[in-house]
Design a protein around this ligand. Sequence first.
Ligand code: IPE
Ligand code: IPE
Ligand code: MG
Length: 243
Amino acid sequence: MTYKEKIDNSNLPKHIAVIMDGNGRWAKGLGKLRIFGHQNGVKAVRETLEGTIELGIPYLTLYAFSSENWHRPQKEVQALMELLVSSLTKELPLFHKHNIRLNAIGQLEDLPVDCQKALSQTMDATRDHTRCTLTLALSYGSRKEILHATKTIAQEIQNGQLDIADITEEKFAKRLYTHDIPDPDLMIRTSGEYRISNYLLWQLAYAELWFTDKMWPEFTREDLFLAVLDYQKRERRFGKTSE
Ligand code: IPE
Ligand code: IPE
Ligand code: MG
């Protein structure tokens, strides 16, 4: 039996979030430049997206560029931005074919103008697609996101639109970039690192975490299926007891 055949379709995660890590080390291992790793990471994105579609999982979120990644060498940052624009153009037929809606979270206003344009064009072109929402976290940092939500709420209080006593978890979550997507059930990180790196800190509160030593360019849909199988073996208790 293949991994996919073993998966129980009645117990699928609704939302998978991924930290795509290890592009640089993978390239270095082959004696190539880091950028070569990023280019080969695109193939793994396609694999993951198609695996998600095959399983019928409605939400996939990919950490593509963090707020902290701006501090990398300018050449690498520029190459990543160019790769984003070219991939969006190239993958549009795939989005249409599989009925995928593109979404983006992060401080998008900090992205180069051509990136912002490519993003908004692709989001517009796919806005009515319903099978899967692919969210790209770009210039994303969870602490910044939480601060942004806090400031929004403070402003609403100052304007007299909201009472302090009425701030609930639900209302707070509505001010996050992820206001229209459910919390992830499963978080996958590649490259053998066991950390969250400022990713969806609020939203991952009860996610199951899955790690692999594979570098991101080596990740395939079979790895995704394996992660989902492992997820299905776990008991999610949400702080309660099993009974
Ligand atoms: C992940 O791979 C891609 C981005 C963070 C943009 P890295 O570039 O972090 O690769 P490593 O972790 O240095 O190997
Ligand atoms: C996290 O990976 C960010 C992305 C995958 C986009 P990093 O490589 O930037 O994180 P650290 O430096 O290992 O924590
Ligand atoms: Mg890394």
